[in-house]
Design a protein around this ligand. Structure first.
Ligand code: FAD
Length: 382
């Protein structure tokens, strides 16, 4: 998208988040759901396809634009971003980057319009940090594939119309090479979505287990080359990590804004707690860390768009920003004192919500392994 048009989109999204979503946060938290009118307004804005290609109804945002939008999404409840996150991100990008023209035409316009929801189904009980060890199988039966296995923690599964499923097509391969990606209709016989998971936070964003029992998938629903699905999963996850890093920056900004407002007005000993230097130190540390995260995200996004860095940068940004937002949220609770432990406060909610970012789309430990692998693959000359 050209920068002038993007500036308008960014302004609109910023206003939408602050004027339309923020006032509904408690309702979303209490009902554990995104209200239907908000979902419809989000679709109307085009947010279900902001990162999908223009020719299929999206805005075609590049990563430098995606992360600036994500700063805004992160400012409010994560359920808002999650409602359209899988369409634009991990699920939609598999189709946009690796699908055939027929697959793109069949699915992307409906995803971009928010008429259909797509989920990304990779994780299994013994294949989370090590997805290459996944056991879900796909065996050929004439012009169809038969998929069997169980995926867990699948975001938006209870709402999904379409699953991007990763399954082993070559039983003799134990690692990534024998894995393929499939587009599976959620109404397929043999596909069962389990009850919604009960989570620590991120209420209104739903996950569930999905089981496949000899689910028939037409041969034309295999995405990309047979046996190359693992590569497509890793490609979209790297992109997703950079996006999540930006969401963390947005959340840290919200926690800091709440903390500064509280410190400026809440009194102890007859003066605002913001007059006490130890409270000032907490605010200052959070500000410095959050701005470091923002700069890192912007510079990695520019390198990503230029094709210079699609691995070490996204993992570094995800590692730094997800750990950073946890520290900022922890300080946010501390600045609020006992009030920060009460579920009426934004910081209490964001403390729980932000804990997820160190876990999904690769834990912090896995980001470290990726960073070290990249460093050691081309050691600098001494
Ligand atoms: C709310 C939520 C939403 C999710 N959404 C999706 C989704 O939409 N689609 C999807 O496919 N998945 C999804 N996931 C799954 C998520 O990506 C995994 O939970 C995550 O990658 C961690 O895998 P795991 O849970 O199996 O933990 P494990 O891999 O069992 O990790 C447990 C601990 O062991 C550590 N560990 C594991 N292996 C190593 C190693 N080699 N070296 C060092 N430490 C290691 C981990 O860092 C962690 O500390 C979601 C998860 C959650 C909680």
């Amino acid at each position: 998208m050209d920068e002038a048009s993007f500036g308008q989109v960014l302004d609109t999204v910023r206003r939408f988040v602050r004027e339309r979503v923020l006032p509904r946060e408690n309702e979303i938290e209490e009902s554990d759901a995104i209200p239907e009118d908000l979902r419809a307004a989000t679709a109307e804005l085009g947010l279900f396809g902001y990162a999908l290609p223009v020719e299929f109804g999206g805005f075609g945002a590049c990563m430098s634009q995606d992360v600036r939008l994500a700063f805004e999404f992160g400012y409010t409840t994560p359920a808002f971003r999650s409602s359209f996150g899988t369409n634009n991100g991990i699920a939609g990008q598999v189709i946009a980057k690796f699908g055939t023209d027929e697959q793109k035409e069949a699915f992307l316009p409906m995803l971009a319009a928010g008429e259909k929801i797509a989920s990304f189904a990779l994780t299994e009980s013994e294949a989370g940090s090590n997805p290459a060890g996944l056991k879900t199988s796909a065996r050929r039966d004439g012009r169809e594939w038969l998929l069997s296995g169980t995926k867990r923690f699948i975001t938006n599964a209870p709402l999904a119309d379409l699953f991007v499923v990763f399954a082993r097509t070559d039983p003799d391969e134990v690692a990534g090479r024998g894995i393929s990606a499939f587009l599976v209709d959620a109404r397929s016989p043999g596909l069962v979505v389990g009850p919604r998971d009960h989570k620590m936070g991120q209420r209104g964003a739903w996950t569930a287990e999905v089981t496949f029992d000899d689910v028939r998938v037409p041969a034309g629903r295999l995405v990309g080359d047979e046996g190359r699905g693992y590569r497509s999963a890793m490609t979209v996850l790297a992109r997703g990590r950079l996006h999540i890093a930006a969401v963390c920056v947005g959340t840290a900004q919200r926690v800091l804004d709440e903390s500064v407002a509280h410190a400026a007005t809440s009194k102890q000993g007859g003066k605002p707690i913001g007059d006490y230097q130890m409270v000032q130190a907490m605010l200052a540390e959070s500000y410095a860390e959050l701005e470091a995260g923002r700069s890192l995200v912007l510079s990695v996004a520019a390198a990503y768009d230029a094709g210079r860095d699609v691995a070490i940068g996204p993992s570094s940004a995800k590692l730094f920003c997800s750990e950073m937002v946890s520290r900022v949220a922890d300080r946010g609770v501390q600045v609020h004192g006992g009030l920060g432990y009460m579920s009426s406060t934004v910081v209490e909610r964001m403390y729980r919500d932000s804990r997820l970012y160190r876990l999904y789309e690769g834990t912090s430990e896995i980001q470290k392994l990726i960073i070290a692998r990249e460093l050691l693959s081309a050691p600098a000359p001494r």
